[in-house]
Every structure is written in C-alpha cells, then in structure tokens.
Ligand binder design. Structure first.
Ligand code: ATP
Ligand code: MG
Length: 389
C-alpha cells in the first residue's frame, strides 16, 4: 500500500493572485525540510499539496512530524492511496485503519467525490465502507454526531484516498513570503520566541548575536548556536552573524554615565544590526523585548532604542507575560537551553542603578561626547557568519 501526506494550506487561500507564489515557497520549504529523509515528490493540485514518498523505506512518521512545524500548513492528513475502485478501498481500509479503530468505540464515514465519473455516489460510499468496517471491528458502533474517529474516503483524479482525522498544522504563512528580518538573539528566553513568532508570519529570519570575549564565554556563543538550531524546524536555515562587541562595550563604560550604560549599549546594538541588515536585505529588526520586563524595556527606554535605527523594530512578545513567553519557549523546545547560566554581553558591566526613564536628549548628549564610528565600523567588519541548519 502506498501512503502519502496531503497538506491543506491555511491563510494562503486568502491571498488571491499571490497564492501560486505562496504555494511554490511552501513546497520549497517542505522539500528542504524533508531533504535528508529520502526522495519525495511534492506538487500541488486543487489547493492541496501532495507529499509523496518515492522510496519504500521512508520514515513517514518523521516526515509528518517535521511538516507539522512548517508554517503555512493549516492541516495535514496522512492517507493511503489505492486504486480508484470500491474493491480496492474495501481491501485496504480494515488493515490501514486498524491502529485507529482498535481504540475507538464509535466512528462515522465521510465521503468526498471530486471525480464525478466514479460510479458510487457519496452516501452509498459511506454506507458501504461503514458496513465493511463494522464487520471487521464488531465492537464498533456508528455515531454520526460525536464519533471517536471519522474515516474519510476521497475519490480524486489520481486515485482513492483513505484517511482518518486531520492533524493540526503550524498555521501562519510560509517562511520567505513576507520578506526577511534580522533577529537580535541573546541567550535568553524571549528572543528565540520572538524569532519563532515572526517566522510564523512568513518572515525569513537572519540572526545576529553580540559577543564580548573574554567577558562572555565560548559556551555562551555555543548556546546561541544551539538556540538557532532549535529554530530551524520552524524558520528554515538560520544564518547567524556574530558581532565582536567588547571594544564598544569598554568604550561605553569608559565614556558614558553609568546609569545610561545599558540603554546606550542597546542603541549601538540596533545601529550595528541595522548595518548588517542592510547588507543582507533584511527589512526590519526583531527583538525579544517586553514592556517593563527590565529597566531597558520601559516605554522611555524603548523610545530611545527605537530611534537608533531607521528600520521598523518588531517586538512580537511586547505585551506578553514571562509565563506566556515560557509556554511558547517550552513548546518550541528552546526553554531548557535558554536557562543555561552563561553570561550575555548585556549582563556584563550592568549599571547598579539603570535609569528606567532615560531622556533621549541626555542619551544623545552622552553619545556625542566621544566618537564611536571607528569602533562601530570595526564591529561590523569583524562580524563572522555561521549557517545553522
Ligand atoms: P532575552 O530573554 O531575549 O535575552 P531579556 O528579557 O533578557 O531578553 P535583555 O537582555 O534586556 O532582555 O535583551 C533585550 C533584547 O535585546 C533581547 O530580547 C534581544 O533581542 C536583544 N539582545 C540582548 N542581548 C543580546 C545579544 N548579546 N546579542 C543580540 N541581541 C541581544
Ligand atoms: Mg537577555
């Protein structure tokens, strides 16, 4: 018996003329995610994407698991494909559906017949297949209102498809259909979640991380790479830019009032990220900031960081509680890595009393007292890139 996976696109259906393009991107993303599992034929027809394994020994469980993390898919169904005859459906159904029906008390059959040439009409198909299953599983009862399992039989152009309930997809839009943005990723809990959330809106995520050796360790950088890898199932490949930030941080410490240290440092992060973003065609920055979580995330502080860049700054977790963010971090499996206790460059040289209501004029004044342009240039030029995933 041949098994395939059918994908139903979510919001894609709403996008009118763009739909074709969105489907193409989605299929490309699926191909990339399944690449190392074997050969698949992936094509679309009538708003459904077909994922057909072309080899016998493909791990379809793993393929389905990966596809549930690909944005742009609303639902997946794993189906048996048989010849377009009731005989073939009858022969396949009891064996194929056994694992599901064994544990169920009630079921119903639904039929869809897009090939109108097929001799049996839908009600007849339901009735006949229902009878076959009742005979094969004598303890089973029909319940058309609240069945434990619904069995679907679909008669399509290419064959007859047999499957049970759909699996929820990740939703959202295919990564790459909404442009590209640069995620400022720390080793913390919030920024990986922020990256995940924007990828869900179809944004391709490039990441940037600032390191301050020897104040931050190799372990801290490894941790960020691990976080990027954990985003790969959702974001696709993640390119990480690693920016040497030590000299700038030291200069800020030596030249700026202590209580403004964090805010000025964050402004430099924005400025450098903006330059890197422009080099790699990123149209926005993404951060994991959440209002009032720490001193550098009050409205006054955000106002100061915002104007450090011309690019829009996307902050998808801005209105979320830590608890809500942690929930997503657990769901995408970044939480355990995020809580590993390595220093981030934000936590070295933290002021004893950071200003929670910094005034932009004071910040700008502190910045013009010394010339940072050379150091910014060096940081940009010293940036190294790693491809993850
Ligand atoms: P997170 O949990 O994401 O670390 P946080 O609550 O610890 O966030 P901060 O440390 O103030 O908050 O950082 C705020 C945001 O600044 C982060 O969400 C991230 O987007 C960015 N950021 C902080 N440190 C770095 C870094 N070393 N490299 C790149 N971006 C960073
Ligand atoms: Mg942090």
């Amino acid at each position: 018996m041949r098994e395939i996976v059918l994908l139903k696109c979510g919001e894609l259906a709403l996008k009118g003329l763009n739909r074709r393009n969105f489907e193409e991107v989605l299929m490309k993303n699926c191909r990339r995610r399944l690449e190392d599992l074997g050969t698949f034929r992936i094509h679309s027809s009538q708003s459904t994407i077909y994922v057909e394994p072309m080899e016998e020994e493909v791990d379809l469980d793993e393929a389905v698991d990966r596809l549930t993390k690909v944005f742009g898919i609303a639902a997946l169904t794993r189906s048996a494909v048989v010849e377009k005859s009731f005989e073939a459906v009858r022969a396949c159904a009891p064996t194929y559906l056994r694992p599901l029906l064994m544990g169920a008390k009630t079921f119903k059959v639904e039929a869809k017949r897009s090939d109108k040439q097929f001799p049996m009409k839908s009600p007849e198909l339901c009735r006949e297949l229902g009878a076959v299953l009742l005979e094969a599983f004598p303890r089973l009862r029909v319940d058309v209102h609240h069945p434990d399992v619904t069995v679907y039989v679909e008669i399509r152009e290419a064959g007859a498809y047999l499957h049970a309930d759909q699996i929820h997809g990740a939703g959202g839009l295919p990564v790459g259909t909404s442009g590209r943005a640069m995620l400022l990723i720390s080793g913390g809990i919030d920024s990986p979640v922020a990256g995940y959330m924007m990828a869900k809106r179809g944004i391709e995520v490039f990441a940037v991380h600032f390191v301050s050796p020897p104040y931050t360790s190799e372990h801290a950088l490894e941790k960020v790479k691990t976080l990027c890898r954990k985003l790969v199932p959702y974001c696709g490949r993640v390119r990480l830019a690693v920016v040497p930030f030590t000299q700038l941080q030291l200069a800020i410490r030596d030249n700026c009032p202590e209580e403004l240290f964090t805010i000025i440092m964050r402004r430099f992060m924005m400025k450098i990220a903006e330059q890197l973003a422009q080099k790699s065609d990123c149209h926005a920055l993404i951060t994991g900031e959440s209002v009032a979580q720490v001193a550098s995330q009050t409205l006054w502080a955000l106002a100061c960081t915002d104007v450090a860049t011309q690019l829009p700054v996307l902050r998808p977790v801005i209105g979320m509680d830590k608890e809500e963010i942690v929930k997503i971090a657990n769901q995408i499996d970044t939480f355990e890595t995020s809580i590993l206790p390595y220093e981030d460059c934000c936590t070295v040289f933290t002021p004893r009393h950071p200003k929670t209501k910094p005034k932009l004029e004071a910040v700008l004044e502190a910045e013009v007292r010394w010339d940072a342009s050379q150091l910014v240039q060096e940081a940009v030029e010293g940036t190294e890139y790693v491809m993850l995933g």
